[in-house]
Design a protein around this ligand. Sequence first.
Ligand SMILES: Nc1ccn([C@@H]2O[C@H](COP(=O)(O)OP(=O)(O)OP(=O)(O)O)[C@@H](O)[C@H]2O)c(=O)n1
Ligand SMILES: C[C@](O)(CO)[C@H](O)COP(=O)(O)O
Length: 435
Amino acid sequence: MDSGLRAVGVVLAGGVGQRMGLGRPKQLATVAGRTILEHSIALFDGSPDIDEVVVLMTPGLVDEARELVARAGFRKVTKVVEGGASRTESTWRALRAIGEEECDVLLHDAVRPLLEPRIITDCVRALRDHRAVEVAIPSSDTIFAVEPGPGGETITEVLDRSRLRRAQTPQCFRLSVIREAYERALADPGFADRPATDDCGVVLRYLPDVPIHIVPGSERNLKITHPVDARIAAALFEASPVPAAFEEEALAGRTVVLLDAGGAGVREAAELASRHGARVVVLSCERDGLRLDDVRSVAKALAGVGRIDHLVLAVAAAGGGGSLMEAADEIVAEAAVAGYLGPVNVARAAYPRLLESGGGLLLCVAADAGDPLGAPAGAAVTALARSLAAEWAGEGVRVNCVTGGGTAEETAGAWLAVLASRLTGQVVDASSGPR
Ligand SMILES: Nc1ccn([C@@H]2O[C@H](COP(=O)(O)OP(=O)(O)OP(=O)(O)O)[C@@H](O)[C@H]2O)c(=O)n1
Ligand SMILES: C[C@](O)(CO)[C@H](O)COP(=O)(O)O
């Protein structure tokens, strides 16, 4: 069975986020330089397997969501619709907004912004052979059934963990299937008394003959429900690879300036960016006499370049692997420039130029020996990237950071994949980073 149907991603953002306790829906909170809602929409908008995106938004915030969609430049979002009082009501409103024509529908919690693109692909593929598809993972915790007991709860059963799966999203269906399940649910007076917490629950209850096929999810695809989840999500965004593979088109016609301050990977990045159609300008501290400890020197060098879409600062490893007390004065001074003064000066000089082009800055940390000079320098650069990303997110200037450790080719690949992505506030390890 090959559905060959239009695939519609539905981003359910109609909730109020009571358990999060922000006083505002959690999907509008910012993580890694973007709202959680934007991260989630971007996953579907950027997926080659998705044709259209429909967003369900909390009542009273629909206009804000529409503005956000317009500002972010999402191209596949066709509708932003007011959500209902419960998750299932929001789903039902989404189904009505999609219309009558048969299609595949992928219903996703807006508050799962860390979904990997491969899961979307796997779901769309699975829908060729199955009319209902769910993303789930095994449980690493033992799960109990409980009942109220004296002074609290008591365990009544230890469930067989090998048969249990934790439900994630997207939950995916042929439109006619999920629509029929909901029509039956809404006609059942008992549905309101025992509402479903997910869409598979509605299908299983009202169309029990439709098998729901499982696609493996991932631990990373967490649902931001409580405050601690937002902190975990922020850490995952910062530490783990940007999910998007290299976007073929993203660098074409763009100007990439590689500021070579002795970091590895500059030559490889120049070749790779050129192959992807970018105009590449390499400014070298050694060859061009550019001084990172002098903001005017950096600004002067950038002034000669014209439009700058992406600027990469590749610094040499700070420190020398020796003890602090043995380090020569010039090694200490170089570490301070590589780890702090240089990136700050480059950021200050680059900001007005990147503002003009709505572009991005990438700060690259060379692998260091983990010594008392190198380690703090690396930490300072990553902290600067995160902090600038938050400060400049409103202006559309992105700041990311790639840390060293990979081969020159891996490092260059990681740089360019980060540049090509639309993310900000990323700290990516080149040795396991994006490809
Ligand atoms: N009326 C609702 C309720 C929830 N959702 C969406 O369903 C997803 C999962 O819901 P949940 O984590 O429970 O979000 P909230 O309902 O906002 O949280 P809470 O229950 O703590 O208020 C979220 O993306 C949420 O926005 C929805 O579209 N419409
Ligand atoms: C759909 C879901 O995310 C699957 O785990 C979950 O059931 C949503 O529950 P919530 O209480 O609406 O967050």
